[in-house]
Design a protein around this ligand. Structure first.
Ligand code: NAD
Length: 367
């Protein structure tokens, strides 16, 4: 089997604790399944600042660019709260996203049956939920210029952010959503605000044109983003893939995340354009949670978000969908057996630590 180069950036806080479980899984896959993963490890975030004075070194950036996929833990913590803005821990993640040109952020919201009771919504609304939010990550109002606060000289100031999208940016994120839908239930809902925003008018027009030209087999619907937020909490199972811009995606993916319970359960992937020669996309996989300084070093962090991020890596970077399915089924089975880390345990229930949860999932996965 061709080798598969993984670059591991565990980062700070609980990042290394969660990554340790994925490292055990990778070793087991190499040993038992001849999976052929090659791993290298680097530093990102506060630990990179301590070692190199910046949030990621040039050597580690080069390794990230050369890898087939990057697995990222978490960065940050109180120790680095006062370091200079351009070398703060998050700068490492932003640099990776920028240099790898990761324009598509994928956030699945899956509700495991065993956890449906702990959602803030009714069980029948969330049980069996499996939706995917595809958020544009490198454009829109977070990056558009001008972006400034102007002193108007009359005691007033004016804050300006610019929402801007070019055709190619909408086309390529639309294409990612349609391609992913084909591997799922074949439905895309595109969300924008064409009633009040020109960028929404163009977004809708370009998504529709991309659909007509290349993806007419996929079912496409359009929804205003505010109505989309409402529908997400009313009846989320109506959706399969949702595609939206950077700002709306930021909010809608957090809303969708909370349908499913704890931060410790949520994986994500960020993808770039396909390489013209190999067809492979640059990719980074990371849990949604941060470095959780309040529980660091206690061995209690939930490793499921990190392990589920690795399942996404198997699916999207290595075309190993059957293995990804099995890994996700192993997570569901362990939850069905009643294993709970403290973040997902009901009051008074027994709890397992990070390593025990990781071992149980690996055990189920290997069968
Ligand atoms: P956080 O996600 O680290 O923690 C929020 C709460 O959720 C905490 O109570 C924590 O204990 C809990 N939690 C998070 N992940 C968990 C897990 N896997 N298992 C069990 N419990 C878990 O967010 P925060 O507290 O706002 O931020 C802490 C630090 O992390 C800050 O320095 C912040 O900047 C950074 N951060 C980094 C990322 C990233 O690396 N992508 C994302 C968010 C926050």
């Amino acid at each position: 089997m061709a080798s598969k180069k993984l670059f591991l950036l565990a980062g700070d806080g609980i990042g290394p604790e969660a990554m340790a479980e994925v490292k055990k899984l990778i070793s087991a896959m190499n040993r038992e399944m001849d999976a052929g993963f090659e791993t290298e490890e680097g530093l990102v975030g506060g630990c990179a600042y301590d070692a190199h004075g910046k949030a990621i070194s040039e050597a580690d950036m080069a390794r990230a660019l050369a890898a087939d996929a990057v697995l990222f833990g978490a960065v940050g913590g109180p120790k680095w709260d006062t370091v200079a803005y351009d070398v703060r821990p998050e700068a490492g993640l932003l640099r990776l996203r920028k240099d790898l040109e990761l324009f598509a952020n994928l956030r699945p919201a899956i509700c495991y049956p065993a956890l449906a009771g702990s959602s803030s919504l009714k069980r029948e609304v969330v049980e069996g939920l499996d939706i995917l939010i595809v958020r544009e990550l490198t454009g829109g109002v977070y990056f558009g210029e001008p972006k400034e606060i102007v002193d108007l000289g009359n005691g007033q100031k004016r804050a300006i952010d610019t929402q801007v999208y070019d055709t190619f940016e909408i086309e390529r994120i639309g294409a990612v959503a349609f391609e992913l839908a084909r591997t799922r239930s074949n439905k895309v809902c595109s969300m924008e605000k064409n009633n009040v925003m020109k960028s929404g008018v163009l977004w809708k027009e370009v998504v529709a044109a991309t659909h007509r030209a290349r993806y007419a087999d996929v079912e496409l619907s359009h929804m205003l983003a505010d109505a989309g937020g409402m529908q997400l909490v009313r009846w989320p199972k109506q959706f399969d893939v949702i595609v939206t811009d950077n700002l709306f995606g930021d909010m809608l993916s957090d809303v969708a995340a909370m349908l499913t319970g704890s931060l410790g359960m949520l994986p994500s992937a960020s993808l770039g354009s396909p390489d013209p020669l190999t067809g492979k996309r640059k990719a980074l996989y990371e849990p949604v949670h941060g470095s959780a300084p309040d529980i660091t070093g206690q061995g209690v962090a939930n490793p499921i978000a990190m392990i589920a991020s690795f399942a996404m890596c198997l699916r999207y970077s290595f075309a190993m969908a059957p293995e990804a399915d099995r890994l996700e089924a192993a997570i569901a089975a362990v939850l069905d057996d009643g294993l709970r880390t403290s973040d997902i345990a009901p009051p008074g229930a027994a709890r397992v630590g990070t390593a025990a949860m990781g071992d149980a999932i690996i055990g189920k996965f290997l069968g």
